[in-house]
Design a protein around this ligand. Structure first.
Ligand SMILES: C[S@@+](CC[C@H](N)C(=O)[O-])C[C@H]1O[C@@H](n2cnc3c(N)ncnc32)[C@H](O)[C@@H]1O
Length: 226
């Protein structure tokens, strides 16, 4: 993986290792991953390589990526993994937003807020495209701003789902009655998600990286990082 800040790179590696082990242990052969790749797709590129390369450990990965900033979206579109030519954005009437689709490689980039996507079609449990095995919200928001937007996820998470939140460990604008990890864990507990790993690191600010699953933890992230 490329290095931007060494600690972020370490987080990406550990997360990738964790997810591959997690899904392999559950004999999952195909996953749908929802992510915020920014412009570089560093994690997503590494994930495709890791998950697709070895036939005996292959997990076919469909990547749905959101980017709400149009300028970042256009840069990101030009760097989408899986294509050596630039794919043009088109307007999706269904989503009411611009999208870039690469069906062959199963990579999709949407110019929309990820929480808007998660609240769409939420009553349509038959729409498998909007049920995710893994969601990584890698943002520079605080737990309160993320926590307020998490609602109606009942039909959005596959039975073995993993949800990863990377949040700013900054001062909250509102006083919390519990610590920030308990606050967000209580919100995700409504969807049967339990905190299995918690790591603090410094990128350009202090950050918290939290992994929640619908099951008990496996394997130990600390062992992977060591
Ligand atoms: C921290 S960067 C992503 C970094 C990337 N995952 C990495 O490993 O380097 C977060 C990106 O997500 C976008 N973003 C943040 N919150 C979002 C939201 N709610 N919906 C869509 N995009 C969002 C930001 O504009 C930014 O480009």
């Amino acid at each position: 993986m490329e290095k931007d800040t060494p600690q972020k790179d370490k987080i990406r590696r550990a997360t990738l290792e964790y997810l591959h082990e997690f899904f392999l242990a559950r004999k999952v052969k195909e996953i749908k991953f929802l992510t915020l790749p920014g412009t570089e797709w560093i994690f997503e590129r590494a994930m495709r390589t890791r998950f697709h390369t070895y036939s005996q450990h292959r997990i076919i990965t469909t990547i749905t990526a959101c980017e709400r900033d149009y300028k970042v979206f256009t840069i990101s579109a030009a760097k989408m993994p899986g294509s050596n030519r630039i794919l043009a954005p088109r307007f999706s009437d269904k989503l009411n937003h611009y999208v870039v689709t690469n069906h062959k490689e199963k990579v999709y980039l949407l110019h929309m807020d990820v929480f808007d996507l998660l609240s769409m079609f939420k009553d349509n449990i038959k729409d498998k495209r909007s049920v995710f095995d893994c969601i990584w919200l890698d943002s520079t928001n605080t737990v309160i701003s993320i926590g307020r937007k998490i609602e109606g996820w009942e039909n959005k998470l596959a039975p073995n789902a993993v949800v990863i939140l990377t949040v700013l460990k900054g001062r909250e604008h509102v006083k919390l009655e519990t610590d920030r990890v308990t606050y967000i864990s209580n919100i995700l507990a409504k969807y049967d998600l339990k905190l299995v790993h918690q790591w603090e690191y410094f990128d350009t600010s202090p950050m918290l990286h939290l992994i929640f699953t619908k099951e008990q933890q496996l394997p130990e992230l600390d062992q992977i990082i060591a």
